[in-house]
Design a protein around this ligand. Structure first.
Ligand SMILES: *[C@@H]1O[C@H](CO)[C@@H](O)[C@H](O)[C@H]1NC(C)=O
Ligand SMILES: *[C@@H]1O[C@H](CO)[C@@H](O)[C@H](O)[C@H]1NC(C)=O
Length: 378
């Protein structure tokens, strides 16, 4: 199996593609950048002015601050499952792994027709619990993120032209979490990473159903205007971030995080491709739309309102009954407590005369005796 894949790798067609990539990336005005270091994220705007713009991606999505737009319908994937038999090309571009998608795949349900061009991933560094998604929801990062890039083929001839236009691109963002089980769809990519460990390498892989990488619910998403999350950061992207996450196993995540290098094969030292995600960018007043109504603002029916009012009334009456019972209980308890201390007093004061007589009688006799004695002594 491995030998056969190596044969595929050395296939002439792949070599041709390699040369084509080489040509694209060396003749293009590609300038060097990285995530951390001397040409790291904070330096991007100096070398790529658009990265300092006011509508950058990724962003932190705060669901309570999004605006529900009932006109947003579920996204329609066109031709995603009709992958055919022609192999796909997987490439290490020094920043991520890129899967070239055949142009017969596209997107419907957005303002324009979009054609798929590539998908790629962003991930962390293998330390447990370290989130590395680009987009966050309420500040929470997931383990990784998948992006499927499309260009506006209704208005522009190709990706190169479209990526510089405000309405040129549409990217689907999928948040990836780790779960108990492996995600079979992801092996279609992860199994081949070992063949493209070094920057600039490509491999052809069997075609597969790209839709199997995506969430099943394509109707719940956030939509906003943003940018490419890597230099040159053109502000040309209509972003769709699905609320449903997809799950891969920890083994699969580890493979993503520890197999690829950002360096070329001929380089003297090799650097692992890790933490290839950009920090969230300020919204600067941009609106984030949601395709679904927020849970807290529910519309109640007349029946529900009646039930709530009756329920509240019953609650108030019930509480009053309980309070009355408690007050009564306290009163009766306190008279029982006081009785023993009151009793002697009542016995002394109320029947009064009897004890008085007792008390008086004895001393009177004594007093009488004294009185008798005193005059005697006097
Ligand atoms: C994209 O289209 C433009 C305009 O038609 C053309 O000049 C350019 O060569 C095309 N680029 C690629 C990479 O095909
Ligand atoms: C994106 O920008 C365009 C042009 O300004 C605007 O028509 C559209 O409503 C915006 N979309 C979103 C989701 O904010």
């Amino acid at each position: 199996m491995v030998e056969k894949t190596n044969m595929d790798f050395l296939d002439l067609s792949v070599l041709l593609i390699l040369l084509l990539w080489q040509w694209t990336f060396t003749t293009g005005s590609e300038r060097y950048w990285e995530y951390i270091g001397s040409v790291g994220q904070s330096k991007w705007p100096e070398h790529f002015p658009a990265c300092g713009g006011t509508a950058q991606s990724p962003i932190d999505v705060v669901p309570v601050q999004t605006q529900y737009d009932p006109s947003l319908s579920p996204l329609i994937l066109l031709g995603y499952s009709q992958h055919g038999k022609e192999p796909f090309v997987l490439h290490n571009n020094g920043h991520t792994v890129v899967l070239q998608i055949p142009d017969r795949m596209g997107l419907g349900g957005l303002p324009c027709q979009f054609t798929a061009i590539q998908l790629h991933l962003h991930w962390g560094n293998g330390s447990p619990g370290s989130g590395a998604s680009e987009h966050t929801i309420n500040g929470q990062r997931t383990a990784a993120e998948l992006h499927v890039v499309h260009y506006n083929s209704e208005l522009y001839p190709n990706m190169s032209v479209a990526k510089t236009q405000p309405d040129g691109l549409a990217v689907l963002g999928v948040l990836i979490e780790t779960g108990e089980e492996a995600n079979p769809a992801f092996w279609n990519i992860l199994n081949y990473l070992v063949h493209i460990r070094h920057a600039g390498q490509s491999v052809s892989i069997p075609a597969f159903d790209i839709q199997s990488l995506l969430p099943s619910n394509l109707g719940r998403y956030y939509l906003y205007n943003g940018s490419l999350t890597t230099p040159p950061c053109f502000q040309s992207v209509l972003w769709t971030l699905f609320t449903e996450t997809i799950k891969i196993s920890r083994t699969q995540l580890t493979k993503m995080e520890t197999v690829l290098y950002t360096t070329k094969e001929e380089d003297t030292s090799h650097v692992l491709m890790q933490d290839n995600y950009r920090a969230t960018q300020p919204l600067n007043g941009r609106m984030v739309l949601s395709s679904f109504p927020p849970e807290s603002v529910r519309v109640y029916t007349v029946g529900e309102i009646t039930a709530i009012v009756i329920g509240a009334l019953c609650g108030v009456i019930g509480l009053a009954v309980i309070i009355c019972f408690i007050v009564k209980t306290i009163r009766s308890t306190s008279s029982w407590d006081l009785l023993p201390s009151i009793r002697p007093a009542t016995i002394i004061r109320m029947p009064g005369k009897e004890p008085k007589q007792d008390v008086v009688l004895t001393p009177t006799s004594e007093a009488g005796k004294k009185e008798d004695l005193v005059p005697n002594l006097a």
